[in-house]
Ligand binder design. Sequence first.
Ligand code: PMP
Length: 758
Amino acid sequence: MNTLLQKEFGFHELEIKQLNGYDNENFLITTDSGKFVFKTYSETTGSIALVEAENAALLFLHREENNLFPKPIPFSDGSLIKTLKVDGSRKICRALSFLEGQFSGEVSHTKTLFQSLGVLLAKMNLKLQAFDSEAIRTREWEWGIQHLHLNKAYLTDIDDAGDRALVTYFFQQFEENVSPTLHLLRRATIHNDANEWNVLVNNGEVSGLIDFGDLAYSPLINELAVAISYACFDKENPIEWASIILKSYHEVLALEENEIAVLYYLIAARLCTSLCNAAHSKKTNPDNKYAFGSEKQAWNLLHRWICINPIAAENSFRSAIGLAALSVKSTDEMVEERLEVLSPALTLTYSKPIVLSRSAFQYMYDVYGNTYLDAYNNIPHVGHSHPLVVEAGQRQMAKLNTNTRYLNDLLPEYANKLLSKFPDTLNRVFLVNSGSEASDLAIRIARTHSGHNNIMVMEHGYHGHTQTDIDISDYKFSNKVGQGQKDYIIKAVIPDTYRGKYTSDNGSAGKAYAKEALDQIIDSDEPIAAFISEPILGCAGQVPLASGYLQEIYPAIRQQGGLCISDEVQTGFGRLGDYFWGYEAQEVVPDIVIIGKPMGNGHPMGAVITTQEIAESFSEGVEFFSSFGGNPVSCAIGLSVLNVIEAENLQEAANEVGSFYKSLFIDLQKEFPCIGDVRGSGLFIGVEIVKNRDSKEPDSNLAGHIKNELRDRFILVGTDGPHDSVLKTKPPLCFTKANAQQVVDNIHEILDSYYANL
Ligand code: PMP
């Protein structure tokens, strides 16, 4: 190479050092007349037209003398690009001036530095508005954010299913939020790669920009999306830092409202592009460390990005360029509007209700720009707006939606997948649209099958909102304004080892409670059609049935010809960590299982699962038909939920994160006497708040105080139980240990100040 450089450029006293390069080779050439960068591109990966365009852009930027950008250095014969034999193979070659400075990636970041970055980019973009190149304009490749979809091919190179879901989420959000207005954004030639190893710094200010190899003709705002993505890698508050760049940029080159409106998603898109390409390079070219050097930081930022409400980002960006925040209706106005058309029977959570706009995984975004950590909602089981569930629904909706009176492959495919999660004896499924419908149908099946009418239910149990469901739900019929207990209902005392009569949970309490229930069963004047209970009673305040309880009850019910129903609407689908279904903890197999809530991750679905014998005897009664139950869209969605649970190992995650979460509450209990009991399993936890540990007197005021204070700290939990004194937490299963820590740290602070003010 030495000889070549002397011959081609007349360089003397050469020192050659290889520099980093993404998909070409770069050399720093030190000569007696200064430093240069010699760049070579293999003929297969490099395109002469693009390298020429890059040189043209650089010469264009050097029409006014400056030291901000590299300048093409001519070969001895005056040409700027040549194809030469370098170290035995033919390469496209050129040389550039060398710019002195440190990389922005190696200096500490200040406001001044970020302001100067905005200014430099704006000045460059202003100049480049008059530059045009056919090769750049027609360039379509992964690194142009407007061509984001090209990176979809690399999604499978991301090994971790949860990480892959996060990237897929932003691909989907791009299609939703950017694609429709993409054609309206003004376009220009942009540098398109102002990353921390291309931005040069001298004396605390940006002094230059190198590597024009990613030049793109694209929406102008992409320049900032790229620069901000990298500049904000390690920032605690990336939006604030981004706003500094925006403001200074805007002062030189005014930004437009529609550009700012999509910037949040463009930044995410750039991070996803970088991550997809890094994952792909790791698989295809693991030796090129430069290609995935910033991968970890990009993941960190992308994971932090979903904690940022897009509205908050947009409002900060708007403020940076002097625009007012987006206008929103007041909460009071919304409550009033609601009451004009809805019954007050539909209650709202919190005295200051939450007005939501969007959600992502374990986060929910309100219209004011706040992000809530969802530690409460178990329906979005695999995460709010999970992209694979959304995609499954969208696709099937665009294809076919009909009822079960026509044949279609999806129904048996889903039924088989669902049944594979049950023991062999439970091999028939009825698909409906809610947990309520499932409970109602289960009772109908039990009555048809047994020919009996009486139903044995659990104290404080809840099974749904239909009339039959209310009749079997002590939580509702025993409410002070409830309809009272019907004469066909037999109510068992809740086998609660914390608050109940028998408290030792070594199996003896279970037996003792069961003995009382067995007496009721034997004493019932008519045989019992069904016994129904949840394995952990949610509305009772996450009370697990004392161990061994069901093993005593089930045989006695069956002996009467009755059926044993497990309501897994809350506890199913791996939430409990150790078990996929809650009844497994009691080492029994029910005759009927009812499921709902998490089944469709928010899409309305429910099901009754039973044995072949019971399903057949039920078919002798009147026909069963549900217009929507088992429709192809629901089946596609249900299938995607099961697939995500498996792909992301969510049952194991519930176990691991849930055990950690519970241990944090147990530690908290050691510090605060108001925590009477910590119970539950996996990510289904109840924390009982009491006035006094010995008397166990419930403290519903304090439980409510904690719930409301958490809401003000943007964390959602619930309270429940007969005294409303149990904190309930049952988050989406993508909830992390850091999320768990955040909830418990906040409760710690709330209790600290509660006790300090007593
Ligand atoms: N069973 C249980 C245990 C429930 O918690 C619920 C809902 N809270 C239902 C059934 C009824 O489900 P849905 O509201 O989806 O109809």
